[in-house]
Design a protein around this ligand. Structure first.
Ligand code: NBP
Length: 485
C-alpha cells in the first residue's frame, strides 16, 4: 500500500452539514489543503464527488487521515457534541504527537472543554474548544469563531480561522477568547442572547398583530423598515422574510400554518443553568427559554385555554404610535438581554480565570453569527471607552438610549398586561431595569423574613456588623447586636 503523504495543513473530522461546509470554506482559501474524514465513509465520498474543486485529501481510516496532516497536525472535529466528540478525541489523541492540535468546533458544554483540555494538555497535546456560530450558511461563507485553548495553539490557528471567518467592517470575526473552555463559554452565552433576541422579536410581532390587526405581510414591512435603523440585525431581517412567506399548499401566511411549539437544542438552558450558578440574573434569556418550554406543553395549554382573560377588551387608539412604542420597547429589552449576557461573561471569566476582552467579543459577533447586529458596535465602543464598566446599561450611549425608549417600553408592557398578551421577555426586562436602578429594594424585607424563620442574620444600613433579631413569640421585635464576621 502506498504511504499516505502529509500534505494537508488542516483536517476536518465529521462531514455532516457543518463539517462539510467548514471544510469547503477552508479549502476555498489560498494556502489551505484540507484533509477530510468521517466515521461513515459514504459522507466523505459524497463530499469529494460533489466538490472536486476543493481538492480534498480524503481518507477512509482515521490512521490515514492523521498521516495526511502536516506537523504540527491540526484537526477540526465537527461531530455531535457529547459522546461522539469524546470518541473522536480519543481516536485522534491515540495517534497525535505532542504539539499537535485538536479543535472541537461543535457545541460542547464548556465544562467538558475544560476537562478535555486538561486531559490532553497532560499528554502534551493542544486542545482548542471553539465556538462556531452562523449555522450552515455561516460555516460555508464565513462564521463568527470563538476559540479557546492555549496561546501557542492560537498562533497556528489564528490565521487559518481568520481566513474563513466572516468579515465585519474590515475585521475577521475571530479572536482568541481565553484559555481552555472560554470559547465554548462565550458561544453558550451567544446562544442564550440569541434565545432572548428571538423571543423579544416574537413578542413584538405578537403585540403588533393583536394590537393593530396588521397581517403578517404588513408586519414584515414594519420589520423591514425597522431593519434600516438602530435595530438593524440578521434576526430582524430574517423575521421579515419569515413573516412574508406564504404557504404553498394553503395560501395562508406560513407563520399561521407552523405549529406554535418552539424547539431547542439545549444551549439556552445551559446559559441559564450556568448563570444561576454564577449568581447572574439573565432574566431575559431565562424567560425566553421558559417561553419555549411553555409553548411545547400542548396538553397543559389546551386544558388552560378557557381560563378567563381580561374583562375589558383592549384597543390601540393610535396604531402608528403603538408600533413605534413596540419598536422602542424591543430595543430597550434587547439592551437588557445583552447587558445581562455580558454580565454572565464577566462572572464566568472571573470564576474560570479567563482574560476575556468584552469589546472584542462584541466585535466578533458583528458578522457571521445569528445575533449579528449594528448595535454590537455600541457595545464595543462602551467597553473600549471603559473596560471596567460595571454594567453595559450604565455606559453613556445605553443610558441615553434607554431614556429615549423607557416611556414607550412602560406603555407597551402595561398594555400587554391589560390586554392579556404574554410578553415575558419584555416585562421581565423592564422589571430588571427597574430593579437594578432602584435606590432601595424590598430585599430588606426578605432578609427580615430569612432572619425570622432561619436566623440567617442581616446587615444594617447604619452600622457595620452582622445582626440577628430575637423575634418574640408574640412577634414583637427585640433587636440584639450580633458579632461582626
Ligand atoms: P451533527 O451534530 O448532526 O453530527 C453528525 C456528525 O457526527 C456525523 O459526521 C456523524 O458521523 C458524527 N458522529 C456521531 Br453523530 N457520533 C460519532 C462518533 N461516535 N464517532 C464519530 N463520528 C460521530 O452534525 P452537524 O449538524 O454538522 O453539527 C456538528 C457540530 O456542530 C455539532 O456539535 C453541532 O452542535 C455544532 N453546530 C451546529 C450548527 C448547525 O447549525 N447545525 C451550528 C453551530 C454548531 P456519521 O456520518 O458516521 O454518522
Amino acid at each position: 500500500m502506498p504511504e499516505t503523504k502529509a500534505v494537508a495543513n488542516i483536517g476536518v473530522v465529521g462531514l455532516a452539514v457543518m463539517g462539510s461546509n467548514l471544510a469547503r470554506n477552508l479549502a476555498s482559501r489560498e494556502g489551505n489543503t484540507v484533509a477530510v474524514y468521517n466515521r461513515t465513509y459514504a459522507r466523505t465520498s459524497t463530499l469529494i464527488e460533489e466538490h472536486p474543486e476543493a481538492g480534498f485529501v480524503a481518507s477512509e481510516t482515521i490512521q490515514d487521515f492523521v498521516a495526511s496532516l502536516e506537523k504540527p497536525r491540526a484537526a477540526l472535529i465537527m461531530v455531535q457534541a457529547g459522546a461522539g466528540t469524546d470518541a473522536v478525541i480519543d481516536e485522534l489523541a491515540a495517534l497525535f504527537e505532542p504539539g499537535d492540535i485538536i479543535i472541537d468546533g461543535g457545541n460542547s458544554l464548556f465544562t467538558d472543554t475544560i476537562r478535555r483540555e486538561k486531559a490532553l494538555r497532560d499528554k502534551g497535546l493542544n486542545f482548542v474548544g471553539t465556538g462556531i456560530s452562523g449555522g450552515e450558511e455561516g460555516a460555508l461563507n464565513g462564521p463568527s469563531i470563538m476559540p479557546g485553548g492555549s496561546v501557542e495553539a492560537y498562533e497556528k490557528l489564528g490565521p487559518i480561522f481568520a481566513s474563513i471567518a466572516a468579515i465585519a467592517e474590515g475585521e475577521p470575526c475571530v479572536t482568541h477568547v481565553g484559555t481552555d473552555g472560554a470559547g465554548h463559554f462565550v458561544k453558550m452565552i451567544h446562544n442564550g442572547i440569541e434565545y432572548a433576541d428571538m423571543q423579544l422579536i416574537a413578542e413584538a410581532y405578537d403585540l403588533i398583530r393583536h394590537g393593530t390587526g396588521a397581517t403578517p405581510a404588513e408586519i414584515a414591512d414594519i420589520f423591514t423598515e425597522w431593519n434600516k435603523g438602530e435595530l438593524e440585525s440578521y434576526l430582524i431581517e430574517i423575521t421579515a422574510e419569515v413573516l412574508r412567506q406564504v404557504d404553498a399548499s394553503t395560501g395562508k401566511p406560513l407563520v399561521d400554518v407552523i405549529l406554535d411549539q418552539a424547539g431547542s437544542k439545549g444551549t439556552g438552558v445551559w446559559t441559564v443553568q450556568n448563570s444561576l450558578d454564577l449568581g447572574i440574573p439573565v432574566s431575559g434569556i431565562a424567560e425566553a427559554v421558559f417561553a419555549r418550554a411553555l409553548s411545547s406543553k400542548p396538553a397543559q395549554r389546551a386544558a388552560a385555554s378557557d381560563l378567563p382573560g381580561p374583562s375589558t377588551p383592549w384597543t390601540v387608539s393610535h396604531k402608528p404610535q403603538f408600533i413605534e412604542d413596540v419598536r422602542r420597547a424591543l430595543y430597550a429589552s434587547k439592551m437588557i438581554a445583552y447587558s445581562q449576557g455580558f454580565d454572565a461573561i464577566v462572572a464566568g471569566a472571573e470564576k474560570y480565570n479567563w482574560d476575556i476582552k468584552k469589546g472584542n467579543i462584541a466585535k466578533i459577533w458583528r458578522g457571521g453569527c445569528i445575533i449579528r447586529a449594528q448595535f454590537l458596535n455600541r457595545i464595543t465602543d462602551a467597553y473600549e471607552e471603559n473596560p471596567g464598566l460595571v454594567a453595559l446599561l450604565t455606559a453613556p450611549y445605553f443610558k441615553a438610549a434607554i431614556e429615549g425608549a423607557q416611556d414607550s417600553w412602560r406603555t407597551v408592557v402595561a398594555h400587554a398586561a391589560q390586554s392579556g398578551i404574554p410578553t415575558p421577555a419584555f416585562s421581565s426586562s423592564l422589571a430588571y431595569y427597574d430593579g437594578i436602578r432602584a435606590a432601595r429594594l424590598p430585599a430588606a424585607l426578605i432578609q427580615g423574613q430569612r432572619d425570622f424563620f432561619g436566623a440567617h442574620t442581616y446587615q444594617r444600613v447604619d452600622k457595620p456588623g452582622t445582626f440577628h433579631t430575637l423575634w418574640s413569640a408574640d412577634r414583637t421585635e427585640i433587636e440584639t447586636e450580633g458579632s461582626s464576621h
